[in-house]
Design a binder for this molecule. Structure first.
Ligand code: NAD
Length: 373
């Protein structure tokens, strides 16, 4: 059983799919860990640290020769050429957006597992990359938006006068949004939040923030996730958001609908009504954008002096932390594939977590959500 851990090739990706801790544990389970030279360099993990944990450091070609490849991002075109029949690939493969690539995995006879598709059951929590990464993204969203804000987050009472606390609005209270609420509260801001899932109200309030806005009837979609709003519901939400934004200093948006483009919620007209010096940061900038005009990786200034920041590679800017959690998620998942007695990796389709993430096998696309697209 050989696992290969590559140096990521997608531009701007600094994370790595293994850590010394996961190397150690997988080695103890009988796996031979092969790590490409420099794979952890941008995540503050040295070759030496991997070696001490039990890994063999190799060049690119030797690492790709492993039975199972661990990746953060889906393979680049050049990397696709290195995949071979019967090889296993585990990572954040984004299969709904890159269907041509999914077809190519099948044609090559690669066995692929897309970690985003993991069923979100209690047993899956330790393998849930969406949660572990969204949690950190929510934290960084606050740090970055706060840094762009030219006033203060907490209230400060001084002999020279009182500095009022920032009014911080979180749009979308899923995993990232809830962490943003908690972080902004710790910084002393006055925090409000909204979401379309009925359960979100209690989650927001339990963090000491105020829930604003409306929740559409039967707000949650399948499996407790959000569904797309009807035009009438969108109008009602827009009215609420437009009114609330007028008083806010920092707004962060995290709204997503599984398998679809992120909903557009904040319009240019709404931004026009905000105070000069306010900040709007869009975590969904790379997946469609919650904010009109947000550009991933760029900060733009509106006519009325509002900074609009499109988030990009937020998790890479926290690579040492995000890699540790991501690596642990993957290790916990890979353990499901280890057959200790036969000393081989085995696709145990009777396991709902294995079956739920399995995208291609035996030359076919096998995941139900991808078969007809
Ligand atoms: P997500 O990234 O898919 O979406 C982020 C948030 O945006 C969600 O809360 C969603 O309701 C909200 N949203 C969508 N459209 C919106 C709109 N028009 N206006 C305002 N908000 C909008 O969500 P997520 O962070 O992955 O979490 C989704 C749900 O899954 C949550 O209930 C979360 O608690 C749950 N969850 C469960 C587990 C588990 O049981 N293992 C793990 C993680 C998350």
């Amino acid at each position: 059983m050989k696992i290969g851990v590559l140096r990521e090739q997608q531009p701007g990706e600094h994370r790595v799919a293994a850590s010394p801790e996961t190397v150690k544990k997988l080695t103890a389970a009988g796996v031979e860990m092969i790590v490409e030279h420099g794979a952890g360099a941008e995540a503050a993990i040295s070759d030496d640290a991997f070696r001490k944990a039990g890994a063999v450091l190799e060049d690119t070609a030797a690492t790709w020769a492993a039975d199972l490849i661990l990746k953060v991002q889906r393979p680049t075109e050049e990397e696709m050429a290195r995949l071979k029949e019967g090889q296993m690939l585990v990572g954040a493969l984004d299969p709904h957006t890159h269907h041509e690539q999914v077809k190519a995995y099948a044609e090559k006879g690669v066995i692929t597992f897309a970690m985003e598709l993991l069923p979100r059951t209690t047993r899956a929590q330790a393998m849930d990359i969406l949660s572990s990464q969204a949690n950190l993204a929510g934290y960084k969203l606050v740090i970055d938006s706060m840094a762009a804000y030219s006033r203060c987050m907490p209230m400060m009472m001084t002999a020279a006068g009182t500095v009022t606390p920032a009014k911080f609005f979180v749009l979308g209270a899923g995993v990232a949004g809830l962490q943003a609420i908690a972080t902004a509260k710790r910084m002393g801001a006055v925090v409000t939040a909204t979401d379309v899932r009925p359960a979100a109200r209690q989650e927001v309030e339990s963090l000491g923030a105020k829930f604003v806005g409306f929740v559409p009837e039967g707000g949650a979609g399948e499996g407790g996730y959000a569904r797309a709003l009807t035009p009438d519901e969108q109008k009602k939400q827009a009215e609420m958001v437009a009114e609330h934004l007028k008083t806010q200093d920092i707004v962060v948006t995290t709204a997503q609908i599984p398998g679809r483009k992120a909903p557009r919620i904040i319009t240019t007209a709404m931004i026009q009504s905000m105070k000069p010096g306010s900040v709007v940061m869009d975590l969904a900038a790379e997946s469609g954008g919650n904010v009109e005009g947000s550009v991933p990786g760029e900060t733009t200034l509106s006519d009325n002096g509002v900074k609009i920041i499109g988030a990009k590679n937020l998790l890479s800017s926290l690579a040492p932390a995000s890699s540790l959690l991501y690596a642990k998620n993957l290790m916990n998942f890979v353990m499901l594939l280890v057959d200790k007695e036969a000393k081989v990796f085995k696709v145990k389709e009777e396991d709902d977590l294995v079956k739920g993430t399995l995208v291609t096998r035996d030359g076919k696309i096998v995941h139900p959500s991808l078969q007809n697209s």
